[in-house]
Design a binder for this molecule. Structure first.
Ligand code: SF4
Length: 479
């Protein structure tokens, strides 16, 4: 193997570290002298990689990719070497520990990409499932889940260069959840709301022009955060009116109404009169004790009340987010949440697995967390509930620091898959993002490349630098 590829393998050490973490190895195994060092060679048009440690040895080889175009050849060779290296290390770790992670050697956040890639190559869904199981040791039920997701996604309106998604961010919440990893802040005395809405309105109007001047059509629009419904009534009504005035004619509109205690009849009417069909009311758990531990400041009864109110106001699509693996919860607690979900009958259900970043408050305190096996059983119960409600899985992603190396899966009734969620996870659509922390993306599918224009996430910075945020997006989409 060339020096260039050997040098390249050194650059993937962060991914190898993620693998060793999956198998419970401490970070110190990467201190010098490193415990896991790939030995790579290229011979007879084969890449071969070997790992050896503590009397165990793993070796794999694949044909070295070739292409007349030098740039493509380098890209394919790197990708092949990277995969081979990870798979070989995975073999060794599995042999030495006896652990079999549900996603096998896949450490990326979007396992659906591999399934879609296999189908694009012309494999049948069954063949694609077999490839994921044999090449990456993905558990058969997870590989089958990906095939189902690919099937649902294949029936959605296809994304393309002529379309643009729009994201509008409201970075305020009533209180901060203990596991929150967003830049959202507590609304506090509300003094930042008016200046924020003024700046956001200016940015929305400028972005409506960017969308028009880019010649693209609006695909899906998502008002998220934070909790947009945490805004006072006047500001929320203004936000809804401005949203449809600036961005009419989307295939789909969603508003996050995550905290049930922020919903009122008036806000629901503002949502309906803006023509918004999908909202998300997220209990996370229906156990009051847990809601208190995670700092949600609402009760399970308030969730029931919010669903009843939204139904009264004829909201056609309510999504429900729940989290498996919350502190202090066991399978019985999660089963209770699922029973309640069955009664509330959302049109879509997203089953998250708790992911705690080091910076989150919860990681600093000492709440007992269910172990990986128990969390896996909760995730399974979530899947059963979604199926009992008549839903199919339609998007899936993983995050770092997830309990049991599990996943987040979105399920929906037929015809209710959220386009925006699919687009953002699969990175298949341009995104024009407004508000503090919004990240605009321009997709270059041919080159397999994405350019980003992030907005600053600090609210004070956003207020003083709104024009700069607008200019960044002009440069991204109008150049
Ligand atoms: S509702 Fe969402 S954004 Fe707000 S604090 Fe909780 S996790 Fe963070």
């Amino acid at each position: 193997m060339s020096n260039e590829l050997n040098a390249y393998l050194e650059t993937i050490e962060p991914e190898l570290r993620v693998l060793t973490r999956l198998f419970g190895y401490p970070e110190s195994v990467w201190d010098e002298p490193k415990k896991f060092v790939p030995v790579a060679e290229e011979q007879d048009n084969l890449f071969r990689i070997t790992f050896e440690t503590d009397g165990h040895r793993a070796e794999r080889s694949v044909p070295a990719p070739d292409d007349p175009d030098e740039r493509i050849r380098v890209l394919h060779r790197r990708r092949s070497a990277r995969r081979l290296c990870k798979q070989t290390l995975y073999d060794l770790l599995r042999e030495t520990t006896g652990i079999r992670p549900p996603w096998g050697s896949l450490t990326g956040v979007r396992p659906t990409h591999l399934m879609l890639e296999a189908l694009k190559e012309g494999l049948t869904p069954e063949e694609a499932v077999s490839r994921l199981v044999s090449d990456f040791d993905v558990a058969p039920d997870r590989a089958a889940l990906l095939a189902e997701i690919a099937d649902v996604q294949g029936k959605l309106p296809p994304p393309g260069d002529e379309w643009m998604d729009v994201y509008i961010g409201i970075p305020f919440c009533t209180t901060r959840c203990a596991y929150c990893s967003f830049s959202s802040g507590e609304i506090g005395d509300g003094s930042l709301v008016k200046p924020y809405m003024d700046a956001l309105t200016r940015e929305m109007r400028a972005c409506a022009e960017i969308l028009r001047d880019s010649g693209r059509k609006l695909r899906a629009l998502y008002v998220g955060g934070g909790t947009p419904t945490a805004l006072p009534r006047d500001d929320f009504e203004r936000l809804m009116a401005e949203t449809v005035a600036c961005f009419p004619g989307a295939m789909e509109y969603t508003v996050e109404a995550g905290r049930p205690d922020t919903l009122t009849r008036e806000k629901l009417r503002a949502i309906r009169s803006a023509g918004i069909s999908r909202i998300s009311i997220n209990p996370q758990t229906m156990n009051d004790r847990t809601l208190e531990i995670i700092g949600r400041a609402h009760t399970a009864q308030q969730v029931r009340d919010a669903y009843a109110l939204a139904r009264e106001e004829a909201i056609p699509h309510i999504n429900m987010d729940v989290i498996a693996g919350l502190p202090g919860e066991n399978e019985k607690d999660f089963a209770h949440t699922m029973d309640e979900a069955r009664k509330l009958k959302p049109e879509s259900l997203t089953v998250h697995t708790l992911a705690i970043k080091r910076s989150s408050r919860m990681s600093l305190e000492n709440h007992p967390l269910p172990d990986g096996d128990m969390t896996a059983r909760m995730v399974e119960a979530g899947r059963e509930t979604a199926r009992a409600l008549g839903m199919a899985p339609y998007y899936l992603y993983k995050q770092k620091y997830m309990a049991g190396n599990l996943e987040n899966t979105g399920y929906a009734l037929p015809g209710h898959a959220c386009l925006y969620n699919v687009d953002i996870m699969e990175e298949t659509s341009h995104i024009l993002a407004m508000g503090a922390g919004g990240i605009s993306k321009r997709i270059f599918p041919e080159e397999g490349h994405i350019e980003r224009a992030p907005n600053v996430s600090n609210i004070h910075d956003y207020l003083t630098r709104t024009d700069e945020m607008i200019q960044r997006k002009k440069e991204l989409f109008l150049k």
